[in-house]
Design a protein around this ligand. Structure first.
Ligand SMILES: Cc1cc2nc3c(=O)[nH]c(=O)nc-3n(C[C@H](O)[C@H](O)[C@H](O)COP(=O)(O)O)c2cc1C
Ligand code: SF4
Ligand code: SF4
Length: 293
């Protein structure tokens, strides 16, 4: 058998001593997943990085085997997504401090989402190193508003600059810690009425969700993807129970046939699909490479 070269042995030894990072995210349409993967792509040279979507059967003891956690989640109605909060609320009391960095993806305005999440982590005694909010494509806006509003499809202007800033912060985590609480936005309670009506409208859209059976190819992707187990496989097409649905829009954006809709009007609207995100990936990976030089 051929012996591994000196360089390979050296690299393996170096890898063994790399710090371990777990990036755990919840993502509906895919922007939070996208940012999680962008962060991972820039961290993997220096760290042993694992990226995972949250799941409710997660073995929380595993959290202790990482040197740093990164949590990502979308903001829905100015709060962290319900799935992410459910996931956090299931974490048993920690018996060892764990370092954590977190971020949220948002379309327009985060309200006190970061602050709410900060408190949820503090109660569980996480050691918070920092947080960030990424303006991302608006998963709701692209389905509801005119496709001419390009802002709805964009990540923030300085997206790669902020990715780099966070990478630097994570790399420095042993020496520097930004434990500053996200500022309380006093004016958020004034939006309660708008939030109430927005939620009511979204609840109505959620309850109107259905499959255009003639378009469905019964691939069961919606069944597989939905973390909240709202879809059940069927003979002709899956069936939906919205009782546990948080209207994350994952099934709508990911259905390869655009067969899941909540109104005839939104049927032709563009989706934030694989093609959309792979074009963004290409653009930002190139940007990160060129700006490195
Ligand atoms: C039900 C729902 C509510 C939302 N509420 C807000 C909000 O209050 N503020 C905001 O800026 N964006 C809001 N958005 C937009 C998402 O935060 C944004 O599109 C985010 O990038 C989605 O991340 P994802 O693609 O990982 O799901 C909402 C989206 C949905 C589906
Ligand atoms: S993802 Fe779309 S095409 Fe596939 S089973 Fe669900 S509704 Fe049908
Ligand atoms: S059924 Fe609801 S919770 Fe499940 S993927 Fe679709 S929108 Fe999200």
């Amino acid at each position: 058998m051929q012996q591994p070269s000196y360089a390979i042995v050296k690299r393996k030894q170096k890898d063994m001593f790399k710090e371990k990072i777990l990036i755990l995210y919840h993502s509906g349409a895919g922007s939070t997943k996208f940012t999680s993967e962008m962060l991972a792509s820039q961290l993997k040279a220096d760290f042993d990085v694992t990226v995972r979507h949250i799941n409710f059967d997660f073995d929380y003891k595993k959290l202790y085997s990482y040197d740093l956690l990164v949590f990502g989640f979308p903001t829905y109605h100015c709060e962290p997504s319900t799935s992410m909060m459910d996931f956090i609320n299931q974490i048993p009391k920690l018996n060892k401090q764990i370092n954590i960095f977190f971020f949220t993806s948002y379309g327009l305005y985060t309200g006190n989402s970061l602050r709410i999440f900060y408190h949820a982590l503090k109660i569980r005694k996480f050691n918070i190193l920092g947080c960030h909010q990424f303006k991302s494509p608006a998963s709701d806006g692209v389905l509801m508003l005119s496709s001419r509003i390009k802002y709805m499809f964009r990540f923030e202007k300085n997206y790669t600059k902020h990715i780099k800033k966070i990478i630097a912060q994570i790399k420095n985590h042993q020496t520097k810690s930004n434990t500053r609480k996200p500022l309380y936005k006093w004016y958020v309670p004034l939006n309660e009425l708008a939030k109430y009506f927005a939620k009511k409208t979204y609840d109505k859209m959620r309850d109107n969700m259905y499959i255009v059976v003639d378009d469905c190819i019964n691939c069961a992707l919606c069944v597989e993807l939905c973390e909240r187990k709202c879809w059940t496989s069927g003979m002709k097409s899956p069936s939906l129970n919205t009782e546990n649905c948080e209207f994350c829009l994952e099934c709508i954006h990911k259905c390869p046939q655009k067969a899941i809709i909540y109104s005839k009007k939104m049927r032709a609207k563009p989706r934030l699909d694989k093609i959309f995100f792979s074009a963004k990936r290409k653009k930002y990976i190139n940007e990160l490479k060129t700006k490195k030089r």
